[in-house]
Design a protein around this ligand. Structure first.
Ligand SMILES: [Cu+2]
Length: 124
Protein backbone atom coordinates (compact mmCIF):
# COMPACT_ATOMS: atom_id res chain seq x y z
CA UNK A 1 0.00 0.00 0.00
CA UNK A 2 2.72 2.45 0.98
CA UNK A 3 4.73 1.47 -2.07
CA UNK A 4 1.75 2.10 -4.31
CA UNK A 5 1.22 5.53 -2.78
CA UNK A 6 4.89 6.28 -3.18
CA UNK A 7 4.73 5.24 -6.84
CA UNK A 8 1.65 7.42 -7.37
CA UNK A 9 3.33 10.42 -5.76
CA UNK A 10 6.45 9.83 -7.84
CA UNK A 11 4.43 9.63 -11.05
CA UNK A 12 2.56 12.81 -10.13
CA UNK A 13 5.72 14.73 -9.40
CA UNK A 14 7.22 13.64 -12.72
CA UNK A 15 4.08 14.88 -14.49
CA UNK A 16 4.11 18.19 -12.61
CA UNK A 17 7.85 18.50 -12.98
CA UNK A 18 7.71 18.87 -16.77
CA UNK A 19 9.55 22.00 -17.83
CA UNK A 20 7.54 25.22 -17.79
CA UNK A 21 7.16 27.03 -21.12
CA UNK A 22 10.28 29.06 -21.80
CA UNK A 23 10.13 32.69 -20.78
CA UNK A 24 10.85 35.04 -23.66
CA UNK A 25 14.35 36.46 -23.66
CA UNK A 26 14.64 40.17 -22.98
CA UNK A 27 16.33 42.89 -24.99
CA UNK A 28 16.37 46.53 -23.95
CA UNK A 29 16.69 49.13 -26.68
CA UNK A 30 17.71 52.58 -25.53
CA UNK A 31 16.31 55.57 -27.41
CA UNK A 32 17.59 59.13 -27.11
CA UNK A 33 18.13 62.31 -29.09
CA UNK A 34 19.57 61.14 -31.42
CA UNK A 35 20.31 57.47 -31.46
CA UNK A 36 19.47 53.86 -30.63
CA UNK A 37 21.46 51.28 -28.71
CA UNK A 38 22.53 48.55 -29.20
CA UNK A 39 23.71 49.09 -32.73
CA UNK A 40 23.13 46.67 -34.39
CA UNK A 41 20.38 44.84 -32.52
CA UNK A 42 21.01 41.08 -32.67
CA UNK A 43 18.18 38.61 -32.12
CA UNK A 44 17.75 34.84 -32.32
CA UNK A 45 15.50 33.68 -35.16
CA UNK A 46 12.35 31.84 -34.11
CA UNK A 47 12.90 32.57 -30.41
CA UNK A 48 10.36 34.65 -28.48
CA UNK A 49 11.87 37.90 -27.27
CA UNK A 50 10.49 40.87 -25.37
CA UNK A 51 11.86 44.13 -26.75
CA UNK A 52 11.68 46.97 -24.25
CA UNK A 53 12.12 50.44 -25.71
CA UNK A 54 13.28 53.02 -23.20
CA UNK A 55 13.05 56.64 -24.32
CA UNK A 56 15.61 58.45 -22.19
CA UNK A 57 14.96 61.82 -23.78
CA UNK A 58 12.49 64.60 -23.18
CA UNK A 59 11.40 64.45 -26.80
CA UNK A 60 9.15 61.98 -28.57
CA UNK A 61 10.62 59.43 -30.97
CA UNK A 62 9.62 56.27 -32.73
CA UNK A 63 11.21 53.00 -33.71
CA UNK A 64 10.09 52.32 -37.27
CA UNK A 65 10.97 48.91 -38.74
CA UNK A 66 8.15 47.93 -41.10
CA UNK A 67 9.80 44.89 -42.66
CA UNK A 68 11.05 43.59 -39.31
CA UNK A 69 7.65 43.80 -37.63
CA UNK A 70 5.80 42.50 -40.72
CA UNK A 71 8.00 39.40 -40.72
CA UNK A 72 7.68 38.76 -36.97
CA UNK A 73 4.88 37.08 -35.08
CA UNK A 74 3.79 39.52 -32.38
CA UNK A 75 2.48 37.74 -29.27
CA UNK A 76 2.08 40.71 -26.90
CA UNK A 77 1.93 44.45 -27.44
CA UNK A 78 1.70 45.95 -30.89
CA UNK A 79 3.61 47.84 -33.54
CA UNK A 80 0.87 49.52 -35.55
CA UNK A 81 2.08 50.40 -39.07
CA UNK A 82 5.42 48.82 -38.22
CA UNK A 83 6.38 51.35 -35.62
CA UNK A 84 6.62 51.87 -31.88
CA UNK A 85 5.72 55.44 -30.84
CA UNK A 86 7.43 56.72 -27.71
CA UNK A 87 6.35 59.79 -25.76
CA UNK A 88 9.03 61.66 -23.78
CA UNK A 89 10.53 59.31 -21.15
CA UNK A 90 8.11 56.55 -22.11
CA UNK A 91 8.98 52.84 -21.90
CA UNK A 92 7.10 50.37 -24.09
CA UNK A 93 7.43 46.62 -24.63
CA UNK A 94 6.51 44.22 -27.38
CA UNK A 95 6.94 40.45 -27.41
CA UNK A 96 7.50 38.77 -30.74
CA UNK A 97 9.09 35.88 -32.57
CA UNK A 98 11.46 37.34 -35.16
CA UNK A 99 12.18 35.81 -38.55
CA UNK A 100 15.76 35.43 -39.79
CA UNK A 101 16.98 38.33 -41.86
CA UNK A 102 18.60 41.75 -41.80
CA UNK A 103 16.31 44.70 -41.27
CA UNK A 104 16.58 48.46 -40.96
CA UNK A 105 15.10 50.59 -38.21
CA UNK A 106 14.91 54.35 -37.88
CA UNK A 107 13.04 57.17 -36.20
CA UNK A 108 10.58 58.69 -38.67
CA UNK A 109 10.42 62.10 -37.00
CA UNK A 110 11.66 64.94 -39.21
CA UNK A 111 15.45 64.72 -39.69
CA UNK A 112 15.97 62.35 -36.74
CA UNK A 113 17.26 59.56 -38.99
CA UNK A 114 19.79 61.96 -40.52
CA UNK A 115 20.89 62.97 -37.02
CA UNK A 116 21.71 59.40 -36.08
CA UNK A 117 18.47 57.58 -35.28
CA UNK A 118 19.10 54.66 -37.57
CA UNK A 119 19.81 51.06 -36.64
CA UNK A 120 20.05 47.55 -38.03
CA UNK A 121 18.35 44.45 -36.71
CA UNK A 122 20.18 41.21 -37.45
CA UNK A 123 18.19 38.06 -36.80
CA UNK A 124 20.10 34.80 -37.09
CU1 LIG B 1 13.43 60.61 -33.10
Amino acid sequence: MNLLRLAAVAALSIALGSPAPAQPAGQTILVWSYGFSPHPIRLAAGQPVTLTFVNRSGGSHDFTAQSFFANARVTAGSAADGEIELAPHETKSITLIPRAGSYHAHCSHFLHKQMGMSDDIIVT
